[in-house]
Every structure is written in structure tokens, then in C-alpha cells.
Ligand binder design. Structure first.
Ligand SMILES: Nc1ncnc2c1ncn2[C@@H]1O[C@H](COP(=O)(O)OP(=O)(O)OP(=O)(O)O)[C@@H](O)[C@H]1O
Length: 370
């Protein structure tokens, strides 16, 4: 857990009790952040995350996820754009924003010399949880994080996953209605990751809005109601996992072909020729053979096998499947690369060039109102 402020004292000045009624937990309009060295980390990001949603912010390394979280948590001031969090304006009311959120940063802030219980108690003190409520709150959170049995053990004995769960528990001591989780499962093994997922689901089921950043498509698919994909500082797609998968435009045929790269390229030519698939079907070569993404993948699969055999190609594997978020990601990335090739600049998946402001200058001010 890290209070979203370098000063624990600032975080301790209040609790989440002042939240006004609001339907959007997060709303941003054309958010831009350019770092002092000129890096445009976030460009025109508009978000609307309703209360109670499990929202995923998905993107590769360096896409702008942490920068966005830091702006939402008032640790960075945007170069341009408006930010509302839990009904509070980040520019005019940064302290209220900070008091109404929980923030689990990428680096764990668990104190390993303290026990799990002492770590949570310390967070209660930092966030100003009334003394009379602390005992019950600590037990409740340790239970929720599945750490009740090891409550009095030093965190130095904990696995990476346990430390992450403890970190996430400390981020919730002030009962924030919204919690930011910045790549919480990076580096964890599948078992530890699954336990953390269960914990996040429980928090969300209790009504907490979750803003999760991740590089893992599987994680976003598993947990999130809705996802925005961020690439190179811009949102290039938003929707439920199912909606995003539908946008891929059909089902996927994976075909393995015997032989070298030239045989795979020959197989791709066969799939593209004739009228086997509609004109917007995507045919790509892979290490093993080819993939075809098409609305007629299932219907035309056997015809393609016959055509490949007629072309003296030997098929060693064949599978038709629904698209995964990996396919969504690849489709978006391919489109982006194609647009860049065509225009010489990065463009959104919708084909619109990014708005580049001549006056986008340094405005990375750390610390909000201190
Ligand atoms: N303090 C900084 N000064 C200058 N550029 C920065 C700074 N912090 C991040 N960047 C750059 O801004 C861009 C976005 O970085 P950011 O950390 O937000 O991405 P991310 O999606 O969170 O990536 P990761 O998964 O690696 O954490 C990158 O090009 C990064 O190098």
C-alpha cells in the first residue's frame, strides 16, 4: 500500500466519509501528460468509469498506464484536461480525491520487519482511521486478504503473493470507494495470482470500484467488466471483453503446415486466393503455419484444407476457436503499425491521427497540493 501522497500525514487528515453522491467514480476529458523531457506519455485520454465497475486499463510496457494512474491519484498534474474522481475535481480538490481512494503501487510498501497485523495497523494510523474502529477493521481486512492465519507473523516470512495481498489490504483501511491497482500481479506465479484475483473480486463484490492496470490479457479478461486498451499514450479500444473479442471480426483458424517459412507463405497465398474467405478476412503467417480470422472460418475450414492439399502442402494441425483478448491486442497493434507505415505517425485504431498540440510543454508537476 502507498497512500497516494509522498506524505502519510496528508493522507491521515481525513477519511472517505465526505464522498458526495456521484455515479461516475472516474471521469476524465482529453487528459494529456507530457513529461519534462518532452515525452508525451498520455494523449487525449477520456474515461468514464461508473461506480462499482471493475475497470481494466490494458497496455504493454511504457503505454502510459502508470502515468494515467498517477494523474488520477493526483500525484501528477495533467498538462491538459479535466479529472474528476469520486465527484471531486483533481485540480481544485486534490486532497479530497486522495482521501477517497486507495492506491496499490507497483512497488510493495509492506514493512517486512512488521507483522501483517502491524502493517495494517500502521496504515490505519496513517489514514486516520478512528482508534476505536481499528481492531475490527484490521481483522476484517486480514480476513478478506486471506491472511488471518498469519496475522502475527513478520512479513519477511511471506511469499510475494502474500505481500501483495497485504499491500492491497493496507490500501483499503480507510474504506475507499475506489481503489487503483497498478499491475498488481506482475511477477507472481499462477497460484499466487489466482488468490489475489479472488481477493480483488471480493473487494469489488463489496461495492468497491476497481481501476486495474495490467499487461496481461488473461487477467483483464478474467476480472474486468470493461477494458480500455492504451497504446503509445492513447486509448485505441474500449468495451467489455466480449465486445472487444467480437471486434476482431470472426473466429480464428489456426493451421500448422509441414515445412519451412516458404511453405507457410505459400499456404497464406492459398488462403488469400479464390473466394474462400471474404475480402476483409485476415490471413497471417505464424511460426507453425497460418492463422485466418474470418466470419466464415468454421464454414470454410474444410475447403481450405482441401485447397492446401491440392497445393501439395501438408497440414499437421488444425483448430477453429473463438478470438481471445490476445487476438484483439494483435489486431489493434497490427492496425496501428499499418497506420504508422501509411502516415509516418502513430494513429488510433479508428484511423484518426493523434491530436498533437504545438504548445504541449512541460507540466509534470509532482505532488498535487502537497
Ligand atoms: N518521469 C518520467 N519522465 C519522462 N518520461 C517518463 C517518466 N515516467 C514515465 N515516462 C515515459 O512515459 C511513457 C509512459 O510510461 P508509463 O510508466 O506510464 O507506462 P506504463 O504503461 O505504466 O508502463 P509499465 O508497464 O512499464 O509500467 C513511457 O515512454 C515512459 O518511458
Amino acid at each position: 500500500m502507498s497512500p497516494p501522497d509522498s506524505s502519510r500525514e496528508t493522507a491521515a487528515r481525513g477519511t472517505a466519509s465526505e464522498s458526495p453522491p456521484t455515479e461516475s467514480a472516474i471521469r476524465t476529458t482529453n487528459l494529456n501528460l507530457t513529461y519534462g523531457d518532452g515525452t508525451e506519455a498520455v494523449r487525449d485520454v477520456s474515461l468514464d468509469v461508473p461506480e462499482g465497475e471493475f475497470f481494466g486499463f490494458l497496455g504493454p510496457n511504457g503505454a502510459g498506464k502508470t502515468t494515467t494512474i498517477k494523474v488520477l491519484a493526483t500525484l501528477l498534474k495533467p498538462t491538459r484536461g479535466d479529472v474528476q474522481v469520486n465527484g471531486f475535481d483533481a485540480a481544485s480538490d486534490p486532497r479530497k480525491v486522495r482521501e477517497s481512494i486507495g492506491y496499490m503501487a507497483q512497488e510493495t510498501s509492506v514493512d517486512e520487519e512488521l507483522t501483517a497485523r502491524e502493517n495494517v495497523r500502521f496504515a490505519c494510523e496513517a489514514y486516520g482511521v478512528p482508534r476505536a474502529e481499528r481492531g475490527e477493521r484490521i481483522d476484517e481486512l486480514l480476513d478478506l486478504a486471506d491472511l488471518a492465519d498469519v496475522a502475527d507473523k513478520k512479513a519477511t516470512e511471506f511469499s510475494g503473493g502474500m505481500k501483495k495481498r497485504l499491500d492491497a489490504a493496507t490500501a483499503l483501511v480507510h474504506r475507499p470507494p475506489l481503489v487503483f491497482l497498478d499491475e498488481p500481479t506482475t511477477g507472481l506465479d499462477p497460484k499466487a495470482r489466482n488468490r489475489l484475483w479472488d481477493y480483488f473480486r471480493r473487494i469489488n463484490e463489496q461495492g468497491t470500484t476497481i481501476f486495474l492496470t495490467t499487461q496481461y490479457l488473461e487477467e483483464a479478461d478474467e476480472l474486468c467488466d470493461r477494458i480500455s486498451v492504451i497504446l503509445d499514450g492513447e486509448i485505441v479500444a474500449t468495451g467489455s471483453p466480449e465486445e472487444l473479442k467480437r471486434e476482431v471480426g470472426g473466429e480464428i483458424l489456426d493451421i500448422d503446415v509441414e515445412g519451412d517459412v516458404a511453405r507457410n507463405e505459400r499456404a497464406a497465398e492459398v488462403a488469400r486466393s479464390g473466394d474462400l474467405f471474404e475480402s476483409d478476412a485476415a490471413v497471417e503467417t505464424t511460426d507453425e503455419g497460418i492463422t485466418v480470422t474470418s466470419k466464415r472460418a468454421r464454414e470454410r475450414g474444410t475447403d481450405l484444407l482441401v485447397a492446401l492439399r491440392d497445393a501439395d502442402l501438408t497440414v499437421t494441425g488444425f483448430n477453429v476457436r473463438a478470438p481471445t483478448l490476445d487476438d484483439v491486442f494483435l489486431a489493434i497493434t497490427d492496425e496501428q503499425v499499418a497506420d504508422e507505415d501509411e502516415t509516418g505517425v502513430a494513429a488510433t485504431a479508428a484511423g484518426e491521427g493523434p491530436e498533437r498540440s504545438a504548445d504541449a510543454t512541460d507540466s509534470s508537476h509532482e505532488g498535487g497540493d502537497g
